[in-house]
Design a protein. Structure first.
Length: 489
């Protein structure tokens, strides 16, 4: 069994559940950090409050003793007053009563060198009546106390007698800092934080789950609609949300993709229909001539019939080759290793070898400087031949080819002195099976694919083929990236 299967089994597959789990996990980490900080801060502040409370009790006791008044045994904080030369406590209160300090004092006797207020620790004996639920009850262990000494010089004989101590006795006041108070407050706070944290995690997870669920509703609508789109009918479009967030961009992109598919399907259907129409014409002519010849063999001019059949067969062959070339170009198949082609030499050779039409035409190449470009020599030759063939069909007397180097480009133009092309048809002539003069183009052997193939070949070589504006005739301009000369490489 694959080791990742248990993890996949427990890991939620839903985006909503994953978002909720991620939000809850992040919130848990944050809440744990906040809880840790609150725990320590509450404990520190509670301890500080307990110390402040003990100090306030300490100074209150000292004031009473300096006035010769024995403090009340009722106190919110355990305390004890001891004196030198005295076995029992001078006064005590709070939880100290459980130790019965009247017999002997629990806290250490004051030293011979009295001190002002300070904080120290003392170890208390075990308390037989210890009640853990009583916050004032203490027993055993080491506890923190705040103390202050009262020197014998601060008391008069009368006040010392009122307190029950000798006139030369020093007093020490002990006030216990209750640790249970800080621990109880911190424990209560921890419980509240734990319950609030659990409730908060549940609420955060639920909020994340339903928020993502609401946010993904447009995605579900997009999924349901795109599921109904077929290759033969990609006319469906998704509803673009008006919120302007990322799903809006997704819907717009998807609609753009569907529009491209629809346009491609429409072009494909039109291409198939046009190809069938183009193939039907020579086939009809060929079949008609053969049927007539077979029906009247004694009156048939067989050489003329064979000539017609050969002409239509060549037309079918040329059309089939063009269709195969377009199909190969549409697949965007990677080209073979490019070669360095001299377009000036190629244009000059085609100008010399091209078989001109029945009309007297002059075909010249007015370039001498080499113009190098990367690409396939056969494809460049096919591109230029198509441009020259198109110019030969429409030229009145002259066709001129020019090749020049222009910065990082090689610019080749084929200019004829024919009727030219209107501005509104400047791009339409590059579409497949388009003829501006349909009857004449077909009579002269044109299929309406030459310029479309030429532009596709230009794009294949990272170039452009456009119709340059001219006052007389048509001028096709080819621009391809310039390549260094072979000797420079």
């Amino acid at each position: 069994m694959n080791a990742t299967e248990p993890r996949r089994r427990w890991w939620p597959r839903s985006v909503r559940a994953r978002a909720a789990l991620a939000a809850a996990s992040a919130a848990a980490v944050i809440l744990v950090g906040i809880g840790w900080w609150v725990h320590h801060d509450v404990y520190r502040q509670s301890t500080q409050i307990a110390e402040d409370q003990a100090k306030a009790q300490l100074w209150s006791l000292c004031d009473q003793l300096l006035q010769g008044v024995i403090p009340d045994t009722t106190s919110t904080v355990p305390y004890e007053v001891v004196a030198t030369g005295r076995r029992g406590a001078v006064a005590y209160g709070g939880g100290m009563a459980d130790f019965d300090p009247g017999t002997h004092h629990v806290m250490p006797a004051p030293p011979k060198a009295p001190q002002v207020e300070f904080i120290t620790t003392v170890r208390l004996p075990a308390n037989p009546d210890y009640d853990p639920s009583d916050k004032l009850s203490v027993s055993g262990g080491t506890h923190q106390v705040v103390t202050s000494d009262i020197w014998a010089d601060d008391l008069t004989s009368a006040k010392a007698a009122a307190l029950g101590v000798a006139a030369d006795a020093d007093l020490r006041v002990y006030v216990l800092v209750l640790p249970n108070t800080a621990e109880a407050i911190t424990s209560t706070t921890d419980g509240l934080l734990l319950r609030a944290g659990l409730v908060g995690l549940v609420l955060i997870a639920a909020a994340a789950y339903f928020t993502v669920r609401i946010a993904l509703r447009p995605v579900e609508a997009i999924r349901a609609l795109t599921a109904s789109v077929t290759a033969s009918d990609p006319r469906e479009r998704v509803t673009v949300p008006a919120t302007g967030h990322e799903i809006t961009a997704l819907a717009i992109t998807l609609n753009t993709t569907l529009q491209r598919l629809d346009d491609a399907a429409a072009r494909q259907r039109r291409f198939v229909a046009d190809a069938a129409h183009e193939l039907r014409s020579p086939l009809t002519t060929l079949l008609a001539s053969l049927e007539v010849a077979l029906a009247y063999p004694e009156r048939t001019d067989w050489p003329a019939t064979a000539t017609t059949a050969a002409r239509q067969t060549r037309r079918l062959q040329a059309l089939a080759e063009d269709l195969l070339l377009l199909a190969r170009l549409d697949t965007r198949a990677p080209a073979a290793d490019p070669e360095t082609v001299d377009l000036t030499a190629l244009a000059s050779r085609l100008a010399e070898q091209h078989p001109l039409a029945e009309r007297p035409l002059t075909l010249t190449c007015d370039s001498a400087a080499p113009a190098y470009a990367h690409g396939n020599p056969d494809e460049y030759e096919r591109l230029l031949r198509n441009l020259i063939d198109n110019a030969a069909r429409h030229a009145a007397h002259r066709i001129q080819i020019t090749v020049r180097n222009q910065d990082a480009w090689v610019v080749l133009t084929v200019h004829d002195d024919g009727p030219g092309v209107s501005t509104e048809d400047a791009e339409r002539i590059f579409e497949r099976f388009v003829r501006l003069d349909d009857a004449r183009s077909r009579d002269r052997g044109g299929s309406g694919l030459g310029l479309a193939i030429a532009r596709d070949l230009a794009h294949r070589h990272r170039g452009t083929l456009t119709l340059a504006p001219r006052t007389l005739g048509a001028c096709f301009e080819l621009r391809v990236p310039r390549a260094p000369a072979p000797d420079e490489t």
